[in-house]
Design a binder for this molecule. Structure first.
Ligand SMILES: NC(=O)C1=CN([C@@H]2O[C@H](COP(=O)(O)OP(=O)(O)OC[C@H]3O[C@@H](n4cnc5c(N)ncnc54)[C@H](O)[C@@H]3O)[C@@H](O)[C@H]2O)C=CC1
Ligand SMILES: C[C@]12CCC(=O)C=C1CC[C@@H]1[C@@H]2C(=O)C[C@@]2(C)[C@H]1CC[C@]2(O)C(=O)C=O
Length: 259
């Protein structure tokens, strides 16, 4: 149960973030769905009812995140769990040796800006708000959950930017947990494998109908709610701190096709 837990979920209008927002509400909590103003976040929050509200947020903007936290305070009074799911990817080799096309620096920086900068922006501002909470019986004031990827460890061809960004999210987990320990705020990261969302739609088709990377067990794409179950576990288990959990059915990404 997540009774009365107030969560803020970035990327909450789609895929893993949406499943997390839905689970929070289903389990008795409340949620601020943060996503781009162009997303379906407003309709989704309406559909989820009074325990959900939408905040238009670009995670790279300090003002947008502050406004979302203000809304959280006004509507629900506090923040217990911030879940960073907003993320983007680009699939492009550093250099395409056949066509001689070079990966642009702009694309590289953009992925880092959203995936690293956005995650850090939400984490630091959420922590500041959580620091105002009364501690629970364990001294805990809140929990921050970031989303990396198994690409942080075994990036494929074409994933320099994405893998670097997710490795950074893994890398900030322990120092952030250490920074926030004295305030009673926990920080964990989930590194998902292949999950069925808009980010991976078309992946099976691209792969000739085959599952990628000889998936072990279960030999299928993850369901978004299986990610949300990991979020719930981290929120409810006070010993989960400073840790990165792979949720991937034991898959290991292979180098992939020459791009
Ligand atoms: N689907 C998968 O197999 C995996 C996904 N991930 C990671 O999980 C996270 C969620 O991905 P999915 O749900 O699959 O993707 P998705 O594309 O379904 O959802 C991502 C959401 O983030 C939002 N977003 C993008 N840029 C944003 C910004 N600047 N500010 C606010 N919101 C923004 C999008 O509007 C979208 O609603 C991402 O960080 C992704 O890298 C990691 C491993 C596997
Ligand atoms: C890069 C991938 C795989 C190759 C392909 O044909 C298309 C792709 C675009 C979506 C990527 C694919 C991938 O390798 C895994 C990721 C990066 C996927 C987006 C999310 C992804 O599933 C992941 O992060 C896995 O950890």
């Amino acid at each position: 149960m997540l009774k009365n837990i107030v969560g803020l979920v970035t990327g909450g209008a789609s895929g893993l973030g949406l499943a997390t927002a839905e689970r929070l509400v289903r389990e008795g909590g409340k949620v601020v769905i943060c996503d781009l103003s162009t997303s379906k976040g407003a309709d989704i929050a309406k559909h989820l009812g009074n325990n959900a509200v939408f905040a238009p947020v670009d995670v790279t903007s300090e003002d947008d995140v502050k406004n979302a936290l203000d809304l959280c305070k006004i509507k629900f009074g506090r923040l217990d769990a911030a879940v960073n799911c907003a993320g983007i990817t680009v699939v492009k080799p550093a250099l395409n040796t056949k066509s001689k096309v070079i990966h642009t620096q702009e694309q590289f920086i953009k992925v880092l800006d959203v995936n690293i900068g956005g995650t850090f922006n939400v984490m630091r501002l959420s922590a500041a708000m959580m620091s105002e909470n009364e501690p629970d019986t364990e001294g805990c004031r809140g929990v921050i959950i970031n989303t990396a990827s198994i690409a942080a460890f075994d990036g494929k061809r074409g994933q320099c930017a994405y893998s670097a960004s997710k490795a950074a999210v893994v890398g900030m987990t322990l120092p952030a947990a250490r920074d926030l320990a004295s305030t009673g705020i926990r920080v964990c990261t989930i590194a998902p494998g292949y999950f069925l969302t808009s980010m991976t739609e078309g992946l099976l088709e691209l792969n000739g109908g085959q599952l990628p990377d000889s998936m072990q067990f279960p030999a299928r794409m993850g369901k978004p709610d299986e990610f949300a179950m990991a979020v719930q576990f981290i929120i409810t288990n006070p010993m989960m701190n400073g840790e990165v959990i792979r949720v991937d059915g034991a898959v290991r990404m292979q180098p992939g096709a020459n791009l």
